[in-house]
Design a protein around this ligand. Structure first.
Ligand code: DCS
Length: 519
């Protein structure tokens, strides 16, 4: 991970130096220009070092390479041994053909163009409950102005709807005042890091492997990532004894551990936490005085019958703990679930257990960004309050939702089986979320070949896979992993009809790779 950053930084430095020497050649031919030339105001050496330190592998170097291959394919078909690039690097369902939920889009369209709400044709084209919902939402927006800035926490009526949806989900009350609507979950994560991290002596516990938004935002906000390792042997289990050990070690190194990130269901690891395990984590946070940052964006993505999503708020309240006992942030997003509306940028965080003066500061930070986009806000209210039995759209909505989720479950299982059938590959079940994270037991010669070109072995494998098949996956080194182990992350999102050909290409590639490097 670090080596790639350094390589990239060196490349950037190289290109800046090249452009500098070019300008000095030009300058040499015109001495008056040379004398007026001032050094560039920004160089790679003078930008914020926290920016240099920050990495985000999901859209990293391998994706840049894939985009280059795609351009080459477009310029000359047949230039590579595949017809298309399959982006399995990112959880972006609609980019791979997943269709949006009709009811959600109907409401969005009507809210954005309310002048059609009263037209006869509208009632023929849109479902009655979508029309009714659009009116209801517009009535909650001052002046029905969807193009106006809203309250910095988001439109109050939408937050009421979301709070009611959370209460329905959990069986415990939720308040609109606790909801901050954001442009996806990412800005909400940044906001909390900004609030918590005062210096590099402040640490945030993060699972390893983790979704690199966390390592990136901790780096950008100048804190320290305190890792706790998930146990691959027990299906990426979260052992509180491991977390405790890491907290103690961090504290002995002078780090003030402020919060723990728990991603449930897990990214990239796909595990769904058991209720008992969640109780232990809640107890641990209370005992150690940690903020619990619960990333619950995959709450609708569960693929196994024996596991169920439970929010940390529900777990802590059901243990009898109230706001005064535990400080909890829950993130939700419109990007995931069965809706997959990543590009609409909607989401929220529910913050509970902060004192009034700290809450004011969170509000102040939110207000600096004015507000999140209104379509994203509307969508967040829709995903937390979808059509109910008896509504006109209910049957078609349920068919769309169940169709997407059951297909994702089948794709997860087929790809899991495919990885497990490869020589030297073991893959835990994706109980939830959108990814598989198989472990590659690579031959010694492959590891040496990777080292010879200064690449991490899993990055080397991922590059070879891309060059041979057009399949883009992310090397495990982008998420963190136990040193000496190698993984790749592959989404389960390609459309179902493409899965058999992905499996056969993957299998053929892997066999050839193993044959090439067999010890
Ligand atoms: N939290 C987790 C666990 C995520 O996986 C993601 C996105 C986010 C937060 C932020 O998403 P939004 O800002 O869109 O709400 N997942 C990335 C990933 O791993 N692939 O695609 C994006």
């Amino acid at each position: 991970m670090r080596r790639f950053a350094a390589d990239r930084a060196r490349k950037l430095i190289g290109s800046v130096q090249r452009s500098l020497s070019f300008s000095s050649v030009v300058a040499d031919s015109s001495s008056s220009a040379a004398s007026s030339r001032t050094p560039p105001p920004v160089t790679i050496d003078t930008i914020n070092p926290k920016v240099l330190k920050c990495e985000y592998a999901v859209r990293g170097e391998i994706v840049t390479h894939a985009q280059r291959l795609q351009e080459e394919l477009q310029a000359k078909s047949g230039s590579h041994p595949f017809d298309e690039i399959l982006y399995c690097n990112i959880g972006n369902p609609q980019s791979l053909g997943q269709q949006p939920i009709t009811f959600f889009r109907e409401v969005l369209a009507l809210c954005d163009h309310p002048s059609i709400l009263d037209r006869d044709e509208t009632h023929a084209l849109f479902s009655a409950d979508a029309v009714a919902r659009a009116w209801q939402i517009l009535d909650q927006i001052p002046g029905r102005a969807t193009g106006a800035y809203s309250h910095s926490q988001g439109i109050k009526g939408l937050r009421d709807t979301i709070a009611a949806g959370i209460a329905d989900r959990d069986g415990f009350p939720a308040k609109a005042d606790d909801i901050f609507l954001t442009d996806g979950a990412s800005p909400a994560v940044h906001m909390m890091m900004q609030l918590l991290l005062r210096s590099e002596n402040d640490g945030i516990l993060c699972p390893i492997p983790q979704y690199p938004l966390y390592s990136a935002s901790i780096a950008l906000h100048g804190g320290t990532l305190v890792p706790y390792y998930l146990d691959e042997a027990t299906g990426w289990g979260l052992e509180v004894s491991e977390v405790k050990k890491q907290v103690e070690e961090a504290r002995s190194n002078g780090i003030v551990v402020r919060a723990i990130v728990v991603i449930n269901p897990g990214n990239p690891t796909g595990q769904v936490l058991a209720e008992d395990n969640q109780r232990e984590i809640v107890e641990f946070c209370i005992k150690e005085g940690l903020v619990l940052l619960a990333d619950e964006v995959y709450q609708e993505n569960i693929y196994v019958d024996d596991k169920k999503f439970n929010s940390f708020k529900k777990i802590s309240r059901s243990m009898g703990y109230g706001e005064e006992d535990i400080t909890l942030v829950s993130y939700q997003s419109v990007s995931k679930g069965y809706y997959g509306e990543c590009g609409k940028r909607g989401g929220y965080m529910e913050v509970t257990g902060f004192s009034a003066d700290v809450r004011e500061q969170i509000y102040k930070v939110a207000s600096v960004n004015l507000c999140s986009n209104i379509s994203g806000q509307i969508l967040a209210s829709l995903v937390m309050n979808p059509p109910k039995a008896g509504d006109e759209s209910f049957d078609s909505f349920s068919a769309e939702k169940d169709g997407i989720l059951s297909s994702l479950a089948r794709r997860a299982k087929t790809l899991e089986d495919a990885f497990n059938s490869l020589e030297g590959v073991t893959c835990n079940k994706a109980e939830g979320a959108m990814y598989l994270f198989p472990c590659l037991h690579l031959p010694r010669k492959a590891i040496e070949a990777a080292k010879a070109i200064k690449a991490a072995p899993d990055a080397f494998y991922a590059h070879r896979l891309l060059d041979a098949t057009g399949i883009v996956v992310v090397p495990g080194s982008g998420f963190g992993q136990v040193p000496g182990t190698w993984h790749i992350r592959c989404t389960i999102l390609p459309q179902e009809e493409k899965i058999p050909s992905i499996v056969s290409h993957l299998t053929a590639f892997h066999q050839a790779f193993m044959d090439e490097f067999r010890d």
